[in-house]
Design a binder for this molecule. Structure first.
Ligand code: ZN
Ligand code: ZN
Length: 355
């Protein structure tokens, strides 16, 4: 069980309604797929789930206050009704985690003199900085992911389908201890590497072609994320030039990371390198993102993000350039911010591998 570090008094609420499963897992350890929870200002957490999870909740949230409610009831509504016994209560809820239908039903059942207050991202903010047990799981996830990549990369050859490569990668992730991929594996070849989020197709790999692989494992609930480029046959000078530019941008971004700098400054470090090489317009996404229980978490490593990085934040660094109709390059590592820099967790080589 984790204590939520949240200033209830300043926010003007007595209790927080927590609805997303990653937030519930973070606070209670409960991994079931149907739950809601309430956190009070004195640090007490009550978990609401349905009868399918009675045993699981008692094991994972051992010693915690669990209420089992009827399966087909709305968890948030059950939680609010549970509060109905109190005289008046100010309930914080996250609009990003509450559907309009849910909100309407909660409002209809709201005890007299109680009120609803919008509170965004209370748990997500705390989740940005990982504790030691979380970092250990992220390290394991990264190792598992890279081991799966290593096992498959030497078997890739012309004639294989993109989808075959993706299937092999996901098989190896599970063989090596992942519970699942952290997201749908991206394998793109040739001109399709210019699509930043391409899904693998039935296309067969040509003998002389650029291949982009973006993959992550989920282990103990925690994600890893890595992108590597391969080239079947020898890359042309032009493609090699793209690769070198993106690698230089990625190294510059990594070099700029330390506790105290803004997320935006890391993005700019990558962007300036690519701008100097005339590739500014081809870098069409942000430089990275936080990751942990979810593949995309705060902070976003983007130009306007003013979040100050803190030691223990786990983030990705993944600049890329995309030339429509020709191809694209992205290089991505998972790193942890430290006081004086960052620790690059991803062990896989960033040499441009020709196979
Ligand atoms: Zn990725
Ligand atoms: Zn990523």
């Amino acid at each position: 069980m984790r204590k939520l570090e949240f200033d209830f008094a300043t926010a003007g609420v007595d209790v927080l309604l927590v609805q997303t499963l990653p937030n519930i897992r973070y606070l209670t350890g409960f991994t079931g797929s149907n739950a809601g929870c309430l956190v009070t200002s004195d640090g007490e957490t009550t978990l609401f789930t349905d009868p399918r999870y009675t045993t699981q909740a008692s094991q994972e949230f051992a010693g915690g206050d669990t209420r089992i409610i009827t399966k087909h009831r709305m968890m948030s509504l059950a939680a609010v009704e549970h509060l109905g016994k109190r005289r008046s209560v100010r309930i914080g809820y996250d609009p990003a985690a509450t559907t309009v239908a849910e909100l309407r039903r909660i409002e209809a059942k709201l005890p007299a003199r109680s009120s609803l207050v919008e509170i965004e991202g209370a748990v997500e903010k705390q989740r940005q900085v990982k504790d030691e047990s979380e970092l250990a799981l992220i390290r394991e996830s990264v190792r598992t992911n890279s081991a799966a990549f290593d096992a498959v990369v030497r078997k890739i050859k012309p004639g294989m389908r993109e989808s075959d490569v993706a299937a092999e990668l996901e098989f190896q992730q599970r063989k090596k201890g992942a519970s699942s991929p952290a997201f749908d594996t991206i394998v793109a070849s040739g001109p399709r590497t210019a699509l930043p989020h391409a899904h693998p197709t039935e296309a067969r790999l040509d003998p002389n072609i650029l291949v982009l692989i973006d993959m992550g494992a989920s282990r103990g609930g925690y994600a890893s994320d890595m992108t590597r480029m391969l080239h079947l046959g020898r890359p042309s000078a032009k493609v090699r030039g793209w690769y070198d530019a993106v690698l230089e941008a990625q190294l510059a971004a990594l070099d700029s990371i330390r506790a105290g700098v803004t997320a935006g400054s890391v993005d700019r470090a990558a962007r300036e390198v690519l701008k100097a090489k005339g590739f500014a317009e081809l870098f069409t996404h942000s430089t990275g993102h936080g990751l942990g229980l979810e593949i995309h978490e705060m902070p976003g490593i983007r130009s306007k993000d003013k979040t100050r990085l803190r030691a223990g934040m786990a983030i990705t660094v993944e600049p890329g350039i995309y030339i429509p109709g020709e191809g694209g390059i992205r290089i991505e590592d998972t790193v942890v911010v430290t006081q004086n820099g960052c620790e690059i967790l991803t062990p896989t080589t960033k040499e441009f591998v020709s196979i």
